[in-house]
Design a protein around this ligand. Sequence first.
Ligand SMILES: NC(=O)c1ccc[n+]([C@@H]2O[C@H](COP(=O)([O-])OP(=O)(O)OC[C@H]3O[C@@H](n4cnc5c(N)ncnc54)[C@H](O)[C@@H]3O)[C@@H](O)[C@H]2O)c1
Length: 363
Amino acid sequence: MIIGVPKEIKTQESRVSVRPDGVKQLVAAGHRVLVEHNAGIKSGFTNEDYISAGGTLENSAETIWNDSNMIIKVKEPLESEYKYFRSDLNLFTYLHLASVPQLAKALCETNVTSIGYETVETDDHQLPLLIPMSEVAGRVGTQVGTYLLHKNHGGKGLLLGGVTGTRPGTVVVIGGGHVGLNSAEVAAGLRADTIVLDISDDKLNYIEKKYKGAIKPVKSTPESISEWVSKADLLVGAVLVAGDRAPHVVKEEHVKAMQWGSVIVDVAIDQGGCIETIRATSHDEPTYVMHNVIHYAVPNMPALTPYTSTEALTSATFPYALKLANEGIEAALTRDPVLAKGLQTKNGKVTLPVLQKLFPNLA
Ligand SMILES: NC(=O)c1ccc[n+]([C@@H]2O[C@H](COP(=O)([O-])OP(=O)(O)OC[C@H]3O[C@@H](n4cnc5c(N)ncnc54)[C@H](O)[C@@H]3O)[C@@H](O)[C@H]2O)c1
């Protein structure tokens, strides 16, 4: 199989989809790997590393897309890449189609077979290709929030952990999954008062047992959200309903009740965001202010830490990429039900039930 590794083009995206050691394994298995010039440079991998691993360096993204049977990416294709779509193309990457309907349409119109990292799902409902980036984004979320609370970044000028004799800040995290708990752990580590709201009783019991009061679990209801959001110095959005658009669990009226100079980091923005006042921002312009509250909603937060993120992401994705290459797309999807959950478009249709509900005209 010919496998393409294009350079990511989303704003300040710095991750790469396959490391040189992955290229080496693919080549050893008899595949050809086309790597775009400088694709790995921001993650610490030089062009020479890829050549030494047996990859073929290409200057043109167009050649990579056109000559490859399978494109492995990190982020969803942007509009300037839609022109490369064709019916015998296979795509393995994050897709987040619920929040990018134009991409769902373009993939269907061109009959691309696309497998989204974020919906590959194990029997126990874990999302193994989302988890590593959720861990990164959760931790980064609190770090970014801490920085935005500083006076010179427009925040209220609060040190989240406080110091002796002062009140610590309050960090409220909505959604106690991988993003949420990683955010909460960093916040608690800074000695902020840390509250996690979730609808799952199992999650709340787990938090109670594991953190023994250092992180306070609260059942997520409209009333508890209203109460805790108004107290939040830093509010982190981390709700996920797999594959679907995130529900707006925090309403505009809740944001209006927050104190001047507080900060919202909505990590769930890749699925549309779970806060009513949120809209996607980018690493070039990461924030805006609404109702005197700083909003941050960058859909590719792990791009801030490519050394960590590329290693964590590719360690999770590579075994599946190798399987797709070695067994062939059809056979790999038929034999591996975990991977099959990642299939999002095929033969001109969206294949995931949540997407079929969201886009009935593409079902
Ligand atoms: N912006 C980024 O760079 C970035 C990076 C990684 C992940 N993400 C996104 O972050 C989001 C969260 O991912 P995750 O891995 O933590 O998901 P997860 O499945 O591990 O956790 C989601 C949690 O939300 C809870 N939940 C669902 N409905 C809720 C509600 N109404 N109120 C409170 N909690 C509710 C679930 O019970 C679950 O615990 C996803 O959209 C994911 O794609 C964004």
